[in-house]
Design a protein around this ligand. Structure first.
Ligand SMILES: Cc1ncc(COP(=O)(O)O)c(C=O)c1O
Length: 470
């Protein structure tokens, strides 16, 4: 029995049901076994999956039937229009990068690494140990398990130079993923209607969190060397903003890493303006040909609020991240967290801590670096060969993405649609711009499933682009 063959049967039965009458009887298990050349256990597994999805029901002694949808009359939700009123500000739609796509598609769109890039053995062992321990039944403190706070503080402290005070464990707030940290930081430190400076392009989730917090985003152009500090200073002055959100290491989507000089100058600007830098170090574990140096390691006066996530590197199911903030800013953010979710599951915190403190974690990170390097090389070579019209502004030194500038006049919507029809899923660049996009861009993620298909995927994108421009 394999998961793959049972999902194949599920997919086939779903398309059969799409054309069958409501309440139709499914073929018997025996005939399904014969039809799909699968074992009875695999067929049973497929039927259980369809039952769990509420699509079929079994009537003992009679057979298995498509569930008839019982609707006495069409639902009328019209009253909600009056009760909901118009939204103060409509949130942007959920990002297309979060879509689930057919298993056989060549997918470049998702931001999350494929399973083979995760430390599966360490994660499973850690979850088993966590389930047996105290964490399974006890409530951790609101700011997080003290041992995990220490681990995060110590990690940032390790890159803090002499003469700068490293963070304390008590400066750390553990979060259920850094996305919710962004919402809290923007609400607590910026506030509704107030300006927030943000690199452009920037992470779509930060744009979404800013919209949710009702803050006014002021875009600051950024390039392969990060933002121009002079331009940043001007943006602070013109807007009156006191917070700048940025990704100094392996930015999503561009892959840019700020040079040391930019890190220093940006920190000087932030200090001079009496402002905060919200540093999103989302790809701390994804260095490829450089190491990430957090700007936060140079700050001990509370100007940098540092966000560090383990979601993408430990397991997408262990949603644990942390923010490190000093001074009253931390208390403000913690109060917002308490109102939002009170505390993060102790079980997940214990499992995350277990994984990152195993000797195998460092071994895993070394092997991950090599795997990301060969995936990045394969994608870059494939793009250069098959999409010669695309411009790679920068081969990223880390992260998971390749950012491509396409020729002016490219119809991105059509390109994405044509690629998808040919089985290749790409992410359109416009989702990463807080205002108008600076041009037609696409983002290709090289950490997805089946890297062997990168050349074929690039060939299809090149072909569709040719057609798009022709
Ligand atoms: C730049 C950036 N920040 C934050 C996040 C959210 O991370 P988490 O999964 O920890 O919520 C992502 C996820 O894609 C990201 O790319």
């Amino acid at each position: 029995m394999s998961n793959d063959s049972s999902s194949r049967i599920v997919a086939h039965l779903k398309s059969w049901m799409a054309n069958a009458a409501p309440g139709a009887k499914l073929p018997s298990t025996r005939s399904l076994v014969a039809q799909y050349q699968a074992s009875p256990v695999t067929v049973q597994k497929a039927l259980q999956a369809l039952t769990a999805q509420g699509l079929i029901e079994s009537r003992p002694g009679v057979g298995t039937f498509m569930r008839a949808v019982r609707t006495a009359r069409p639902s009328d939700y019209g009253w909600q229009t009056a009760a909901l009123r118009s939204p103060l500000a409509a949130l942007p739609p959920a990002s297309s990068t979060m879509r689930n796509v057919p298993q056989d598609a060549i997918s470049f769109h998702s931001g999350y690494p494929a399973r083979e890039l995760l430390p599966e053995r360490l994660v499973r062992a850690a979850l088993t140990r966590a389930a047996r321990g105290d964490a399974a039944l006890s409530r951790p403190p609101a700011a997080g398990m003290p041992e995990l706070q220490s681990w995060f503080a110590h990690e940032l402290g390790a890159s803090t130079p002499a003469g700068t005070t490293p963070p304390n464990p008590s400066d750390v707030v553990v979060l259920p993923g850094s996305q919710s940290g962004l919402s809290s930081i923007f609400s607590a430190l910026v506030g509704r209607g107030q300006p927030l400076l943000m690199e452009s392009p920037s992470y779509w989730g930060a744009i979404l969190a800013a919209a949710q917090a009702g803050v006014r985003v002021v875009p600051v152009p950024t390039g392969p060397d990060g933002p121009d500090p002079g331009e940043l200073a001007r943006a602070f002055e013109e807007s009156g903003a006191r917070v700048f959100y940025a990704q100094p290491n392996y930015a999503n989507p561009t892959g840019a890493q700020w040079p040391a000089e930019t890190r220093e100058k940006v920190l000087d600007v932030v200090r001079a303006k009496g402002a905060f830098l919200v540093e999103d170090d989302w790809a701390h574990d994804f260095g490829i040909s450089s190491i990430p140096v957090p700007v936060a390691s140079r700050d001990d006066s509370g100007h940098v609020v540092y966000l560090r996530s383990l979601t993408k590197s430990v397991s997408t199911s262990i949603r644990v991240a942390a923010l490190i903030a000093r001074g009253p800013a931390r208390e403000r953010i913690l109060a917002d967290r308490a109102a939002e979710s009170m505390y993060v599951s102790g079980l997940l915190q214990a499992a995350a801590l277990d994984v990152v403190t195993q000797p195998g974690w460092q071994t895993h990170l070394r092997s991950l670096r090599h795997q990301l390097e060969s995936r990045r090389e394969l994608l870059v070579t494939s793009v250069r060969e098959h999409i010669p019209q695309a411009h790679i502004e920068q081969v990223p030194k880390g992260g998971l993405n390749l950012w491509l500038r396409l020729p002016d006049g490219t119809d991105l919507q059509r390109l994405a649609r044509d690629c998808e029809a040919a089985g290749v899923i790409i992410a359109r660049g416009d989702e990463w711009f807080p205002a108008e996009p600076a041009g037609p861009f696409i983002r290709l993620n090289f950490s997805g499933t089946n890297p062997g298909a990168f050349p074929e995927g690039a060939r299809i994108i090149g072909q569709m682009l040719e057609r798009n421009l022709g």
